[in-house]
Design a protein around this ligand. Structure first.
Ligand SMILES: [Zn+2]
Length: 568
């Protein structure tokens, strides 16, 4: 907590220096604002001036916050003045953990989110296959058998009968299992004799025949024979995902696993002036040493490229799988599967070795960990690396940090490790988390309050396309621990809620801090980028159930309008 306060003060100081510089560059007091916002309820998330009614933007940055009279002194003949009629303005929301290219493919492929049964899944696939040539791969994502009446994993027979001639691969909502038909398994050469790969599982029937569901590292047996997307297709997907994010009021994303190809696309879009978005890319470091990882580390960290649209200074690693597919690594077996404690998908020594290299080169390491064992081995690996290369301000992160053994909660603050948690995972998982974990492990599950009390910050997010993009779903979950139907009435383990002020910070200044951007982003402070979102109601005051009825009116990045809701 102390460290965060110091940082905020430092940020304010740097911001005012920047404002002075911007002022001088723009030609002194005569340079007018591009945009002036008046008659608004503006939550600045700047503790020195938290609530104002007007704001002026100049040179893409916040030039002034205060009242209308003050803002209007910056008005010139070309200035666009927006009377917001009492609407709410917050700093641009940032999703601290989303998968940009995956969202783009989800938008292009069969959308299985919200499917209610295996029959529903098959019907959606059949509709997509219509008119496609035999042999073309059909890809989908978003099924979750925990939402079906029959919560067992599906088997391929029905899917194979409905779609015999096209290979079909359908990824589970969490990305940690895939369901496929016989054609896909044939093309991948899957047989009953094939052994499970390390860190993966092929589900089988009583006779040992694969049933069509592949968990974690076993998914690679099939994905390796699928034709890769062309670069143009990936670029199209990236642009579609950014447009979708802006529609929901997001001005930036921490991309949780970008390939070298995707980094190249981000850079190209930025250079062409087509990246109206803040992309904090975590390079996908894989599960073992690779030349690509060495290349990124050798190139060195890069911040604010192409006019503040791209940051490459972080490496994404994986410790374990996910809870829904029982791949999250637990210290004790699953309560609903005594023979299974989940999977470590990387050797902890690999996480430690990459962390050592990253600390030496000035990179952050962000490691996926969901189970209490996954979290513990990651904290251990970070601790061992920091002993070898002590760096005070490393801001290493654990992505998800969902199930933490109570003894490990204080270790985040002690080591300076940031838990990057997605509040909507709590409301999606609460229906079955108790079955997987037993009630004794739930006090350390999605334990935002317990963690905040130790002094850490929690950057929020959605993990899209695992969850819906809408960041207000996580804001709502954070303040209520309830689903969209206000269930359960008192909230699920309601002692873990965030206050609204914390929830707003978790989508603005805390993501900025956890990406080393707090001097540039995260609050409406003079000198910082003018990234903001206009909402049709005041999420800081309306009753919690109404938060999800809030609509994004417009989204602004660097003072530029990037999305406007034209529906009256
Ligand atoms: Zn993720």
């Amino acid at each position: 907590m102390i460290r965060h306060t110091v940082t905020t003060t430092l940020a304010a100081l740097t911001a005012s220096v920047l404002a002075t510089v911007a002022h001088a560059q723009a030609g002194g007091a005569a340079a007018p604002a591009e945009v002036i916002v008046t008659n608004a309820r503006i939550y600045t998330v700047d503790d020195s001036r938290p609530f104002v009614s007007a704001m002026a933007v100049r040179g893409g940055r916040v030039a002034f916050v205060g009242d209308e009279r003050g803002a209007m002194t910056l008005r010139g003949p070309q200035t666009r003045v927006l009377d917001l009629g009492g609407r709410t303005v917050i700093p641009g929301m940032v999703d601290s953990h989303g998968h940009v290219a995956n969202l783009g493919s989800a938008l292009a492929n069969v959308d299985l989110v919200g499917s209610t049964s295996v029959d529903d899944v098959i019907a959606r696939v059949v509709a997509k296959v219509a008119g496609r040539p035999a042999g073309e791969w059909i890809v989908g994502r978003g099924w979750d058998q925990n939402r079906w009446g029959d919560t067992r994993f599906p088997s391929h027979d029905k899917l194979t009968a409905a779609v015999p001639n096209n290979p079909v691969v359908l990824t589970r909502v969490d990305g940690h299992a895939s369901y496929m038909n016989r054609k896909a398994m044939e093309l991948a050469g899957i047989t009953a004799a094939m052994k499970d790969p390390d860190g993966g599982q092929i589900l089988r029937d009583a006779n040992g025949n694969p049933t069509g569901v592949f968990v974690d590292n076993a998914m690679g047996l099939v994905s390796r024979v699928m034709p890769a997307l062309t670069r143009d297709e990936v670029k199209r997907n990236v642009l579609a995902a950014i447009a979708e994010a802006q529609k929901w009021g997001l001005t930036g994303v921490h991309d949780a696993g970008s390939s070298e190809q995707v980094l190249g696309i981000y850079d190209e879009l930025g250079k062409a002036g087509q990246m109206n978005f803040r992309m904090y890319a975590m390079f996908s470091g894989g599960r073992s040493e690779s030349p690509a990882l060495d290349r990124i580390i050798a190139t060195g960290p890069k911040s604010g490229l192409n006019g503040g649209t791209l940051w490459i200074r972080s490496i994404k690693l994986y410790s374990d799988g996910a809870l829904g597919s029982r791949g999250a690594a637990l210290l004790d077996p699953y309560s609903d599967d005594a023979s299974n404690s989940g999977l470590l998908v990387s050797d902890p020594k690999f996480i430690e070795a990459v962390s050592v290299k990253a600390l030496k080169a000035g990179f952050q390491v962000n490691t996926h960990a969901i189970g209490d064992r996954g979290n513990r081995v990651t904290l251990d690996a970070f601790e061992a690396a920091l002993k070898q290369v002590p760096v005070a301000d490393h801001r290493f992160r654990i992505e998800h940090a969902q199930i933490i053994n109570y003894a490990d909660i204080p270790r985040f603050a002690q080591l300076g490790v940031i838990p990057a948690m997605q509040a909507s995972h709590q409301t999606s998982d609460m229906y079955w988390a108790g079955a997987r974990l037993g009630t004794h492990r739930l006090p350390g599950a999605y334990a935002w309050r317990a963690l905040l009390n130790t002094g850490v910050v929690i950057p929020n997010g959605s993990d899209f396309p695992v969850e819906f993009v809408n960041p207000l779903l996580s804001f709502h979950a954070a303040i209520s621990r309830q689903d969209a139907n206000d269930w359960p009435a008192a909230g699920w383990y309601p002692e873990q809620v965030m206050t609204r002020e914390e929830a707003l910070k978790s989508m603005t200044i805390w993501p900025a801090y956890s990406a080393f951007q707090e001097n540039e982003l995260g609050s409406l402070t003079p000198g910082k980028y003018a990234d903001f979102t206009v909402l049709d109601q005041d999420i800081m005051r309306v009753p919690a159930p109404l938060v999800l009825k809030t609509r994004v009116v417009s989204t602004w990045v660097g003072g530029k309008l990037v999305f406007e809701n034209r529906v009256p």
